[in-house]
Design a protein around this ligand. Structure first.
Ligand code: GLN
Length: 312
């Protein structure tokens, strides 16, 4: 690594890292250089500029050099620092889990809005303490489940993943945010762990950010994603919708009367997803993100006897 030396000031170290990362083709070179230096020094990003004249200790310099080198190989910043912000909360992440994406905040916002509607619909009804039963399937680091528990104090959540390593990360995040007692962590395939818990027909809301990238598109993903993130959390099979196809019958079995299913999809998958849902007798609504891309699908099972689709 050219021009790296031990007696860097913070300012000089940042300049060096920016240049190095840029030469490696990292688009967010300036931001990444700052985030990694903040991580190494324990300062916040403003602190880096306040103390820009201070010299790095040799331990800081060595740690920074190593992290910048790894970033240059496209290892994601969140894996290097071990954390990622989502919904204003800090989540621990490891290579066992997909890094939470800002786009997924839309799923959480919609889930919170729906939960609010359900609670107000029910107010006055003698439902056990107004408690809402939610499931987050494919929870990964628990970003969705933990955010929902934080923002919905009346929610009890089942967070499911097939990966025990992911569940460990999710449980740690639940403890960190003080919501572990309202989240049950279950290991298994999609919603099947709920079948043994006497929860069929009882869930108010199921949220899912399952793998939805079509297999053939995986090689075209950014190297940061393709080389470092768990492909099992991204690979949605030939058309990207296989995990959701398998989920639908299970979700129907688990949902309560007026229960809803909320799923994240990729841009351009709305139409195919709507067709899949219609064929399986669900009503649906495709919701776009701020960039106008199809991002979330809200679905409700249509009962065989119902004359019309369930209105949203
Ligand atoms: N949005 C993710 C990506 O672009 C995909 C997430 C998923 O498959 N659930 O990498």
């Amino acid at each position: 690594m050219r021009n790296f030396h031990e007696n860097f000031t913070l300012k000089a170290a940042l300049g060096w890292a920016r240049g190095y990362l840029r030469r490696c083709g990292v688009e967010s070179a300036a931001l990444d250089a700052e985030v990694l230096l903040a991580h190494v020094t324990g300062l916040d990003r403003a602190g880096l500029y306040r103390e820009s004249g201070r010299t790095l200790t040799s331990r800081e310099a060595e740690a920074y050099r190593r992290l910048v080198a790894r970033r240059g190989q496209r290892e994601p910043v969140a894996y290097l620092t071990g954390k990622k912000e989502f919904m204003g909360l800090e989540f621990a992440v490891s290579p066992a889990v997909l890094i939470p994406r800002p786009e997924t905040e839309l799923l959480v916002e919609k889930a919170c809005a729906l939960a609010g509607e359900l609670v107000s619909e029910r107010s006055g009804l003698p439902v056990a303490g107004g408690e809402l039963l939610l499931a987050d399937v494919g929870t990964g680091c628990g970003a969705i489940a933990v955010s929902l528990a934080v923002f919905l104090p009346a929610a009890r959540i089942y967070a499911i993943d097939c990966s025990p390593a992911a569940l460990e990360v999710a449980e740690k995040n639940a403890r960190r945010h003080g919501v572990a007692e309202r989240i049950s962590f279950l290991q298994g395939d999609l919603l099947t762990p709920l079948f043994d818990l006497d929860l069929t027909g009882r869930l108010d809301l199921i949220v899912a950010n399952l793998p939805y990238v079509p297999t053939a598109e995986l090689p075209g993903l950014m190297p940061d994603v393709r080389r470092y993130e768990p492909l099992s959390a991204l690979d949605g099979g030939p058309d990207g919708l296989w995990p959701y196809r398998r989920l639908l019958p299970q979700a129907r079995r688990c949902l309560a009367e007026r229960g809803r299913l909320l799923m994240e999809i990729g841009a351009g998958q709305g139409e195919r997803m709507s067709r899949l849902l219609a064929d399986d007798n669900w009503s649906d609504q495709v919701i776009r993100d701020l960039a106008g891309r199809e991002r979330v699908v809200l679905a409700a099972p249509i009962k065989p006897s119902a004359a019309a689709a369930v209105p949203f």
